[in-house]
Design a binder for this molecule. Structure first.
Ligand SMILES: Cc1cc2nc3c(=O)[nH]c(=O)nc-3n(C[C@H](O)[C@H](O)[C@H](O)COP(=O)(O)O)c2cc1C
Length: 381
């Protein structure tokens, strides 16, 4: 039984879900079966508990058919999903009587369905149950376990993603740097094999880097398998800043005046961090400013608590756009910080119109600055 100490404050539910969403996890499907049929629920609250004896825990919402089924049957299997399984994860995340249709399964030792394509299977018999709020923690003794090759599906802040090895990240940064510094020119075609040799890196890491750069809009995959380095021009720059403005105007329209204090305080902290990195019309350190600026605007957009919108913003690759334009010189203008301060102040004051006006001004000076820098390089870089 959980006990609640009523002398402590109760945290706001929305804020708690937002914060808890920062704990990145793998994604599993918990399966079980009895005479009533097969059950399966997408679950991320799964962890190993003990090695000897081998034990796992899964936390399931008591209101779901799957939790009731595990309670009844006293057995479950944990199917760890691979990076290509987000469709499956969605399918098993909402109630349906037809979840297993077309899904390849085999029976485990206890007659529980095991998803053939899962990255790992862990079969358990329930040895203990603990109620925690709305959920039950099912403590399972492991009776079998196996793994396949592959990369895991991950879950972070309401969205699915892939696991990036630190070395993949390093190769991505190197290749991105080579493109941004024009070591590779627009219209050059690079291949995974050539780059892997040139960088003394593994081909999967280079493939990861190029796939991500394609998502950033810096290269495009060609039919022959190579990657074309794309030119960056005023049109792409304007389109990116316009898209960010439209998202921000919509978010400000919806949230200003009803944002929890804790979220405003977090945004203010992000703003001050950014402000400290642009002093006397110069970037103290461009990369850090860029990160802080991105975090501030991402934080603003996250106020809408809509993960789809946040991922659309991520997809704009605004950091790349800024690197290609503003990043060409350490000179900037204090006005960038002043205008963003106006956005921040207006959000705090609950003044929607002022926040939107400042967002419009910020976007137009960013576009103008990008044009200036691009013009110096002949209109495209
Ligand atoms: C990424 C992700 C993780 C989830 N993790 C859990 C979890 O750990 N426990 C849980 O009870 N529900 C979790 N859910 C919600 C269940 O998948 C959802 O309630 C589902 O409808 C349960 O299946 P059922 O209704 O057929 O029982 C998660 C959903 C998603 C998308």
């Amino acid at each position: 039984m959980s006990t609640i100490d009523s002398s402590h404050p109760t945290i706001d539910g929305r804020h708690f879900r937002h914060v808890a969403g920062h704990l990145a996890s793998g994604v599993t499907i918990i399966t079980t079966a009895d005479d009533d049929g097969r059950f399966g629920a997408t679950a991320s609250s799964v962890t190993s508990l003990s090695a000897d004896p081998a034990m796992m825990i899964v936390c399931l919402n008591n209101a779901t058919p799957s939790a009731n089924a595990v309670s009844r049957t006293g057995k479950y299997a944990i199917n760890v999903l691979g990076e290509g399984h987000s469709e499956l994860a969605y399918r098993f995340a909402s109630p349906s009587s037809d979840k297993f249709a077309g899904v390849a399964v085999r029976e485990g030792l206890q007659g529980v369905p095991l998803l053939e394509d899962a990255l790992a299977h862990i079969e358990c018999e329930v040895v203990d149950r603990i109620i925690g709020g709305t959920h039950t923690i099912f403590v399972g003794r492991v009776i079998s376990a196996d793994v396949a090759d592959g990369q895991p599906l991950t879950y972070f802040r309401g969205g699915f993603g892939r696991f990036a090895q630190a070395r993949d990240e390093a190769v991505y940064r190197t290749v991105r740097g080579l493109v941004l510094t024009r070591h590779y020119q627009p219209e050059d075609v690079v291949t995974v094999a050539e780059l892997a040799t040139a960088l003394d890196a593994e081909e999967p890491s280079v493939f990861y880097a190029l796939t991500r750069l394609a998502g950033d809009g810096l290269v495009r995959r060609e039919l022959g398998g190579g990657y074309l380095v794309l030119p960056f021009d005023i049109r792409s720059s304007d389109a990116t800043f316009d898209a960010r403005l439209l998202i921000e105007l919509g978010v400000l329209e919806q949230v200003v005046g009803s944002i929890p204090d804790s979220a405003i305080a977090e945004l203010r902290r992000d703003f001050e961090k950014m402000a400290s990195l642009l002093v006397d019309d110069h970037f103290v350190d461009f990369d850090s400013y860029l990160e802080a600026n991105y975090k501030f605007h991402e934080g603003l957009i996250s106020l809408a608590e809509n993960p789809l919108l946040t991922s659309v913003f991520e997809g704009l690759a605004i950091k790349q756009v800024m690197t290609r334009s503003f990043g060409a010189t350490s000179e900037s203008s204090q006005f960038f910080v002043d205008v963003q301060r106006q956005i921040m102040d207006a959000i705090e004051a609950g003044d929607k119109a002022a926040a939107q006006d400042a967002a419009r001004t910020y976007s137009s000076i960013a576009k103008a600055r990008a044009r200036e820098v691009l013009a110096l390089s002949g209109g495209a870089v």
